[in-house]
Design a protein around this ligand. Structure first.
Ligand SMILES: *[C@@H]1O[C@H](CO)[C@@H](O)[C@H](O)[C@H]1NC(C)=O
Ligand SMILES: *[C@@H]1O[C@H](CO)[C@@H](O)[C@H](O)[C@H]1NC(C)=O
Ligand SMILES: *[C@@H]1O[C@H](CO)[C@@H](O)[C@H](O)[C@H]1NC(C)=O
Ligand SMILES: *[C@@H]1O[C@H](CO)[C@@H](O)[C@H](O)[C@H]1NC(C)=O
Ligand SMILES: *[C@@H]1O[C@H](CO)[C@@H](O)[C@H](O)[C@H]1NC(C)=O
Ligand SMILES: *[C@@H]1O[C@H](CO)[C@@H](O)[C@H](O)[C@H]1NC(C)=O
Ligand SMILES: *[C@@H]1O[C@H](CO)[C@@H](O)[C@H](O)[C@H]1NC(C)=O
Ligand SMILES: *[C@@H]1O[C@H](CO)[C@@H](O)[C@H](O)[C@H]1NC(C)=O
Ligand SMILES: *[C@@H]1O[C@H](CO)[C@@H](O)[C@H](O)[C@H]1NC(C)=O
Ligand SMILES: *[C@@H]1O[C@H](CO)[C@@H](O)[C@H](O)[C@H]1NC(C)=O
Ligand SMILES: *[C@@H]1O[C@H](CO)[C@@H](O)[C@H](O)[C@H]1NC(C)=O
Length: 584
């Protein structure tokens, strides 16, 4: 409980009216949350620093449009009492005249807990809407979480793991919201509390929704890397499939399969624009076997990053020779095995995969110029997770996948699930607290994400629906859920970004404005506002359907309707019967 006394004590400073007035170390020090406001947390008042930025031009990003903003960049540290640690916070404060009683919480990507404090990070996306916007370093002193996860080989730093799992973001939000109240002297007025981030930041958003539902008015989560153990270890599945089949495709062979899939499946949604909006119809109607024998050619490349590399990826591709051949039956079988999702040796479903049309970034192979052949390459994300987070060794990846089978992968997933159920898994489907507090969740995911499977988001949505509205029909429960939690699959979209191979796809760039409208004005985003950000159709507005409805164009691709189709719906539904417990 925040006492009125704490508030008035902190408000010793005079009533401020301009950015210059509030942007001083002394003013911010006086506005810090009073001691004992938050359990176990103490501000380090001597660490406060302020820098005023006027009329800064912000370039358009995937998650916000262009803008010019002025703000006070405030940084300070706090400590956990008794731990003698330092957690560094950054808040951007809009001018009092621009402040609209909003606070935006932001998270990170990959193993970062924030997106950086530059103008290309996440903070402008709040300031331009009159929100104080904050980020935390989690106490990691500028390092990535994976670099501070182990204290030594075999010894986990659980405090850092809890901070990354959910605690760090929440503390930053609580401290920032209290600071906001004090700086702008909001009195009894509500400060609307938002969250917005993608990928790992999407997982962090869910960590807040699942644990602190009473604390947020609106949470925007993109392509969440939740069900973390499965998510990370799943990156190894393509490697193990190639090893099991003893077939290592040249990258060009997979690229031509992606191209042919896009060409064949683009029009199934009723609009021929080079964008797959219905990967479910692609699954139902596109016959991959028909590609056997199709020619492919790729020129030699000196390396660099591959096509469409997702934004949580760390690997880049080495030099590759010219590749000229025809699609083999093995390559088609490899792709069909992947699209079916991981199954153990008894045929039981252990996880799921990306949608057809998405890149095969994880299926990298390595070229050996001595033998002029392609061989196993171990995916860095998956290899690191097993080596560091399961084996607890301070190494960057696995050195081999010898003897690793589908059952090994399943067992690793089970082990990671058990080890990180309460920190990183982030898949609790009970959102009752958030629902009762009136919070809203806008969850979106690229239909063509090559790094976090789109169906992973659908699986969670379906788990929430069934846990919260048992005994109800799909229509009734989806309608009830849609009052506070809506999921949108974005046609053609890659991992938290536009897709260079499907440039005409729409992107939900105005999510923050949409969420504000939902929370503060009661405007339900029945469909999600979006814009084409590149390519021939740049600037075109589109609406994205809310799951379980799916887009279908008519009138020669000029009219879009959101429809329900049982056969398409069924392609998204998985029963993970490889495990004894239900996997939400
Ligand atoms: C604040 O924390 C950061 C990160 O740990 C540290 O580099 C900095 O020295 C701290 N500043 C003060 C004044 O304690
Ligand atoms: C920022 O822009 C506004 C409007 O153009 C102008 O009035 C103001 O002087 C500018 N501030 C600074 C510090 O340049
Ligand atoms: C796949 O399509 C892209 C254009 O999107 C093209 O640049 C590339 O060469 C094609 N790849 C192959 C193997 O045909
Ligand atoms: C898929 O295509 C192959 C080769 O063109 C053909 O033999 C097979 O019957 C097709 N399968 C289906 C289900 O249409
Ligand atoms: C690929 O190989 C075939 C058969 O050797 C040849 O006819 C064709 O010209 C080659 N294509 C390219 C682009 O080199
Ligand atoms: C930790 O273990 C790895 C091998 O698992 C080893 O390469 C590394 O040297 C060890 N680090 C230390 C500090 O002992
Ligand atoms: C793989 O299995 C073979 C045969 O059981 C065994 O000889 C070898 O040591 C195993 N390799 C690893 C890395 O466990
Ligand atoms: C669902 O149906 C079962 C069996 O009819 C019943 O026992 C249970 O109370 C129902 N649950 C809810 C939440 O209505
Ligand atoms: C469920 O809703 C969809 C689309 O809104 C509609 O087409 C369908 O008929 C409904 N099903 C039932 C059983 O009411
Ligand atoms: C929808 O997006 C367009 C730009 O594509 C923007 O102009 C409009 O304000 C957005 N509407 C809402 C409600 O955010
Ligand atoms: C259908 O749309 C395509 C692409 O926009 C256009 O080229 C074609 O002329 C249209 N066909 C008709 C019958 O309007």
């Amino acid at each position: 409980m925040k006492s009125l006394l704490a508030l008035t004590t902190a408000m010793g400073a005079a009533h401020a009216s301009s950015l210059v007035d509030i942007c001083t170390d002394a003013y911010i020090k006086a506005a810090l949350p009073a001691e004992d406001t938050f359990q176990g947390i103490s501000m380090i008042s001597g660490s406060v620093s302020t820098v005023l930025h006027s009329n800064v031009s912000i370039s358009s990003s995937n998650f916000f449009p262009t803008a010019t903003i002025s703000y006070c960049d405030v940084t300070f540290n706090y400590t956990h009492i008794g731990r003698n640690d330092r957690v560094a916070l950054t808040y951007w404060l809009p001018a009092p005249a621009d402040f609209q009683n909003r606070f935006l919480t932001t998270g990170g990507e990959a193993y970062e807990i924030n997106e950086g404090s530059g103008t290309s990070g996440s903070l402008p996306g709040g300031v331009m809407y009159g929100a104080v916007s904050g980020l935390t370093d989690g106490g990691f002193n500028g390092q990535s979480f994976d670099d501070v996860f182990l204290l030594a080989n075999d010894t986990v730093d659980w405090q850092n793991t809890f901070m990354f799992g959910y605690q760090g973001i929440h503390e930053m939000m609580e401290i920032g919201r209290e600071l906001t109240r004090n700086v702008y002297n909001t009195g009894e007025d509500k400060v609307y509390t938002y969250y917005q981030s993608c990928s790992e930041g999407g997982r962090e958003g869910w960590s807040q929704a699942q644990r602190y539902g009473f604390d947020y008015d609106g949470i925007i989560v993109g392509a969440p890397a939740f069900r973390f153990a499965h998510q990370q270890i799943n990156h190894l599945v393509p490697n193990v499939v190639t090893q099991t089949m003893n077939y290592y495709p040249p990258p060009c062979e997979l690229e031509v399969i992606v191209n042919a899939t896009i060409a064949a499946c683009d029009p199934l949604d009723g609009r021929a624009d080079g964008v797959i909006a219905r990967s479910d119809l692609c699954k139902l109607h596109f016959n991959l076997t028909s590609l056997i024998g199709a020619p492919y050619y790729c020129a030699a490349s000196s390396g660099g990053s591959g096509l469409g590399l997702g934004f949580s990826k760390r690997q880049s591709m080495g030099a590759t020779p010219a590749q000229n051949g025809t699609v083999t039956a093995e390559a088609v079988q490899l792709v069909q095995t992947l699209l079916a999702g991981l199954k153990d040796s008894q045929g039981r479903q252990a996880y799921l995969y990306y949608q057809p049309g998405a890149d095969f970034d994880d299926v990298e192979t390595t070229y050996d110029s001595q033998t002029d052949s392609w061989s196993l390459s171990i995916d860095g994300n998956g290899g690191e997770f097993v080596a560091r987070f399961l084996n607890l060794q301070d190494v960057s990846s696995l050195s081999s996948l010898d003897n690793v089978t589908y059952d090994t992968i399943r067992d690793w997933m089970q082990l990671g699930w058990t080890m990180y159920e309460d920190t990183l898994m982030t898949h609790n489907p009970d959102l009752s607290v958030l629902q009762q507090a009136g919070g809203k969740i806008l969850h979106f995911h690229g239909e063509q994400d090559p790094s976090v499977p789109t169906a992973s988001s659908v699986h969670y949505y379906e788990a929430v629906r069934k846990i919260m509205f048992p005994n109800e029909t799909l229509n009734t429960s989806a309608a009830a859920l849609g009052e506070f939690y809506r999921l949108y699959l974005v046609p053609g979209m890659a991992h938290c970004g536009t897709n260079s191979e499907q440039p005409n796809g729409p992107f939900p760039q105005t999510n923050m404005a949409v969420m504000i409208d939902w929370v503060e004005n009661g405007v339900v985003p029945v469909t999600l506002n979006s814009t084409v950000l590149q390519g021939d159709n740049e600037g075109e507005h589109q609406q994205i359907c809310a799951w379980p409805l799916r887009p279908l164009w008519s009138n020669n691709g000029t009219t879009m309707n959101c429809v329900f189709d049982q056969a398409s719906y069924d392609t998204w539904i998985y029963d993970f019967d490889a495990y004894k417990l239900p996997l939400y």
